[in-house]
Design a protein around this ligand. Structure first.
Ligand code: NAG
Ligand code: NAG
Ligand code: NAG
Ligand code: NAG
Ligand code: NAG
Ligand code: NAG
Ligand code: NAG
Ligand code: NAG
Ligand code: NAG
Ligand code: NAG
Ligand code: NAG
Length: 840
């Protein structure tokens, strides 16, 4: 049934043709970086501007395509274009109005086109152009460069061309916004006074003349001229030329002067220390020097013409010593970047406010210096060690606000910033901090706003580590560790904190209340830790939290009920790269994820890892219905268990009642052998034997009492005895209430059973005999007893002749109630009782 080869081939060709059509119609083969906005069509062998790109495009990169010629209105279908890159498009010919219609174009890049024909109206219509990059376009003169009407132009880069003269055409005076002119790498050899006529009224211009082979500057050419910047790197082929050319700059007032060379382009071999002497006739605010091969060993006098500069920057130099700087230096800022030094340079510059010593080689350990007014100190990336840090003594200043010691070697925290209380910014990242968690290092830094101790090998063990940082807003401490991998209450003082990075800290737990004081926190990064569950409860106080990153943890699930406490102001929650458990028991968590998908990062790609049958499936595809059946089973089980528990509970609670019920049945015929069962405390046994038994059993008529010391069957459990022997065989119960009785637990136990019996037989069978006068308060402890006392027969024992007489009469009367009498005495009582009590 396979189709013949010829038909197959035909189908294929048709399909390919179809595909080709689709490609031609769409914006493909360009790369759509931002839909409708940014398109990159780099190196696609395009010979004309592609047509499928939306007219709303703002950024278009057509570099490295063989466009060759730009015809009129080549880009009129992109009226919104702001940035157009035509680098290395082999363009030789640009026609009039080529860029017509690009009213909003602000950047045009024509780098690397061998342009031979540039029509006078090439750039017409570019009403908003601010930046024109025409590097390496075979431009030999500015005279006919058709840019005179580009009044909005701010930056013109015509580096790497064939321009021979710095003489700027008159039309430059109409480019009033021009702030940056790059003429580097051209063919300018001589600069004459007459060339610079136009530059005189461009005081805001920065001019780059690097890599021009300058060998002559007419003295006075720059006199009374002001420039924003002048860059002269790799211009001179000998120290002598350099010196005379610098003299040629006499009279220039320049904000920033850059001298030196480039890494791979060295001209000056033997550098003369007096080369900079000519700078004395210039006014310079900022001076930069880079890649000077032969920087003097002894700088005595080298900087003498720069005493009035406010900022000096030295880069990529071999500085053997900074001793011998003039005393009257006014420098406020000094930068030493990527230099080679022999040791950490000694400095004594009272004027200095900002000192940057970074990425240098050769400084092994920090040594104290004296910079009285220093406010900003950056000593990062030197691989240096700090034996003591940090106090006023080390830095010789009390004004320090910014301190960066990051990317160094070991920093030993030996003092707590004594005298440096003004610090606002402190960075130690990627240096090794010693003793940082041994005392409250930052205690005095109540003005600190920013602290970075990321990757400093700090193990946080001490709770007071951040004490005193009441103003802190940003705390970065990624890549450290915590004792027991638990985050505990170290943030109590940080009430102004808005940013907290705790990523890569191997954290497993958050103790209770850790975030309670962080009422302004907006950003929290907990990624790359080892949390197992999303503990919503700890985040409850973070009402202002907006971004929470919990990616790359081991979060399986979360307690569903707690999720309602999740901060409500969250806008970004990153839970990617966690091993979610998509089983039914986490149903409410999974549902929560679905509900929150708006704020979850990459929600549609979150994957389940457990249980095995869900592995690799998407969390959002989890369906509740599969859980319904399981749920029913669970509910049934839970309900059954609950019912059984309740029954068991009830049985346990009413065990005696049930026993009684059973007992009732058994003894239900009312075999009352005894007239009364006596409940009493053993402490009152004397009274019971000597008074009660004597008077009732031996009196007339005699009563039969059930007394546990006498009548209980030995060996039978006491409770069963009481129930069987005591209650069921007795008509009445006499409770002997005394102080001992109330205090004795055993009596209370018996009494409770008696109550039950009363309840069951529903007759007022309890007679209370109160032996001593009892305080009300004592009685009230036994609420039930108190209540019964006031409801039932209640006799008070009085130990005097009259009192006894009345007592016995009343007790006998109470006991007689319901008793049937035969004259045959006690033996007959038992039998004749049956009929009467059967009524109960
Ligand atoms: C791009 O523009 C087209 C037409 O103007 C519009 O239909 C489409 O929604 C836009 N796409 C985006 C992502 O804005
Ligand atoms: C570029 O396109 C031309 C035709 O437009 C073709 O001749 C040439 O081979 C293509 N070059 C490459 C490298 O594809
Ligand atoms: C540069 O322009 C000149 C004419 O000004 C021309 O002779 C030369 O061939 C051009 N160079 C290149 C590489 O196009
Ligand atoms: C500068 O602009 C003015 C006013 O538009 C014009 O008259 C003058 O010719 C221009 N100068 C040059 C050199 O283009
Ligand atoms: C130069 O720049 C300053 C501030 O950047 C501005 O106030 C001043 O107007 C500018 N002068 C000229 C001539 O553009
Ligand atoms: C530099 O200025 C000093 C006076 O400030 C003057 O004597 C000297 O001639 C000047 N040098 C040059 C080359 O103009
Ligand atoms: C520095 O400024 C002072 C006072 O303004 C002036 O006397 C001195 O000549 C200046 N020094 C240099 C080298 O410019
Ligand atoms: C916390 O920040 C607020 C303003 O953001 C400020 O007014 C307050 O003084 C700060 N609290 C402390 C203790 O610095
Ligand atoms: C959180 O920290 C990790 C690792 O330190 C980092 O990759 C991630 O970008 C941070 N998250 C956010 C939201 O900045
Ligand atoms: C939540 O955010 C809104 C706006 O971003 C803000 O007005 C509100 O105060 C925030 N709520 C809390 C509790 O911070
Ligand atoms: C989590 O997502 C945020 C927002 O997309 C992102 O900035 C952050 O880098 C992500 N975290 C990690 C560790 O990739």
């Amino acid at each position: 049934m396979t189709p013949p080869p010829r038909r197959l081939a035909g189908t294929l060709i048709l399909a390919m043709a179809f595909l080709a059509c689709v490609r031609a119609d769409g914006w493909e083969p360009c790369v759509q970086v931002v839909p409708n906005i940014t398109y990159v069509c780099m190196e696609l062998n395009l010979s004309k501007v592609p047509s499928g790109i939306p007219s709303s495009a703002k950024h278009l990169d057509l570099s490295f395509n063989p466009l060759r010629v730009l015809a009129r209105r080549s880009f009129s279908s992109f009226p919104e274009l702001q940035v157009l890159d035509l680098s290395r498009c082999e363009i030789q010919d640009i026609k009039d109005d080529a860029f017509w219609g690009l009213d909003y174009l602000s950047t045009l890049i024509l780098t690397g086109n061998p342009i031979q024909n540039l029509a006078p109206g090439t750039f017409s219509g570019l009403l908003s152009l601010q930046k024109l990059v025409a590097v390496e376009i075979n431009l030999s003169s500015l005279e006919n460069f058709p840019i005179r009407h580009l009044r909005t132009l701010k930056e013109l880069n015509i580096a790497h061309n064939l321009i021979h003269s710095l003489k700027l055409p008159e039309y430059f005076s109409n480019l009033s916004n021009l702030g940056y002119l790059d003429l580097s790498n051209n063919k300018i050899q001589e600069i004459h006074h007459k060339d610079l006529h136009v530059l005189h009224d461009k005081p805001n211009l920065s001019l780059d003349l690097s890599l021009n082979p300058i060998d002559f500057i007419q003295p006075g050419a720059f006199d009374k001229m002001r420039l924003q910047g002048l860059t002269l790197r790799s211009n001179f082929d000998s120290a002598h030329v350099m010196k005379t050319c610098i003299y040629g700059l006499t009279g220039l007032e320049v904000h920033q002067l850059v001298l030196g060379e480039f890494k791979n382009e060295r001209y000056v071999q033997e550098f003369d220390k007096s080369a900079l002497e000519g700078l004395c006739n210039l006014t310079i605010s900022e001076f930069r020097l880079a890649y000077l091969d032969d920087f003097p060993k002894n700088i005595n006098g080298f900087f003498k013409c720069l005493v009035n500069a406010s900022a000096v920057s030295l880069a990529n130099l071999y500085i053997q010593s900074l001793e011998g700087l003039p005393n009257d230096l006014q420098w406020q800022s000094l930068e030493l970047v990527k230099c080679k030094v022999n040791q950490f340079p000694m400095l004594e510059l009272p004027s200095l406010k900002r000192y940057v010593f970074t990425a240098n080689r050769g400084a092994i350990s920090f040594s104290e210096f004296e910079l009285k007014n220093l406010e900003f100190l950056d000593l990062s990336r030197n691989g240096m060690s700090f034996k003591g840090c940090c106090s006023q003594r080390d830095m010789g200043t009390t004004s320090l606000k910014y301190l960066d010691l990051s990317f160094n070697d070991v920093v030993t925290m030996s003092s707590n910033f004594l005298g440096l209380e003004l610090l606002e910014h402190l960075d130690f990242q990627h240096s090794t901090l010693k003793q940082a968690s041994e005392f409250s290092v930052f205690l005095s830094l109540s003005k600190l706003l920013y602290l970075d101790i990321s990757y400093t090998h700090t193990e946080v063990a001490f709770h007071g580590i951040f004490s005193g940082l009441v103003s802190l807003q940003v705390l970065k401490m990624a890549g450290n560790s915590f004792k027991g991998n638990a985050l505990s209450g170290i943030f109590t003082d940080l009430t102004n904190l808005t940013f907290l990075d705790l990523s890569m800290c191997q954290l497993e737990y958050v103790s209770q209340g850790v975030f309670d004081s962080l009422l302004k926190l907006q950003f929290l990064n907990m990624s790359h830790n080892k949390f197992i569950s999303l503990d919503a409860f700890s985040f409850k106080p973070l009402h202002t939290l907006q971004i929470l990153d919990f990616s790359f943890n081991k979060i399986v699930s979360s307690n569903g009920q707690e999720l309602q406490h999740f901060p409500s102001n969250l806008t970004v929650l990153n839970l990617t790269q966690n091993p979610f458990d998509c089983s039914c028991k986490h149903q409410s968590f999974l549902q929560w994820i679905k509900d929150q998908r708006q704020l979850l990062v990459d929600a549609k790609n979150l994957e389940c890892v457990m249980p095995p049958d869900m592995e690799g499936k998407l969390v959002l595809s989890f369906s509740n219905t599969t859980c319904q059946i399981t749920k029913v089973i669970i509910i049934v089980t839970v309900v059954s268990v609950a019912v059984v528990s309740v029954i068991v509970g009830l049985v346990y609670k009413f065990y005696f009642h049930l026993m009684l019920l059973a007992g009732c049945k058994r003894y239900g015929r009312g075999e009352n052998i005894y007239d009364a069962f006596v409940i009493y405390s053993s402490q009152d046994e004397d009274w019971v034997r000597n008074e009660l038994v004597k008077n009732l059993e031996e009196g007339v008529p005699p009563f039969r009492l059930c007394l546990h010391y006498r009548d209980f069957i030995p060996g039978v459990a006491i409770a069963a005895n009481i129930i069987q022997e005591g209650f069921h065989k007795s008509r009445k119960v006499i409770v002997v209430v005394s102080r001992h009785f109330i205090q004795s637990r055993w009596c209370i136990f018996e009494y409770e059973i008696a109550q039950t019996w009363q309840f069951l037989s529903s007759r007022s069978g309890i007679i209370f005999v109160v032996l001593q006068k009892l305080e009300k308060s004592l009685l009230r402890q036994q609420v039930e007893l108190y209540r019964l006392l006031s409801r039932n027969t209640y006799l008070e024992w009085e130990d005097n002749v009259l009192g006894r007489h009345i007592f016995w009469r009343r007790l006998r009367k109470a006991l007689m109630d319901g008793k049937a009498w035969t004259l045959e005495g006690t033996a007959g009582v038992e039998n004749s009782q049956q009929e009467t009590t059967a009524l109960t």
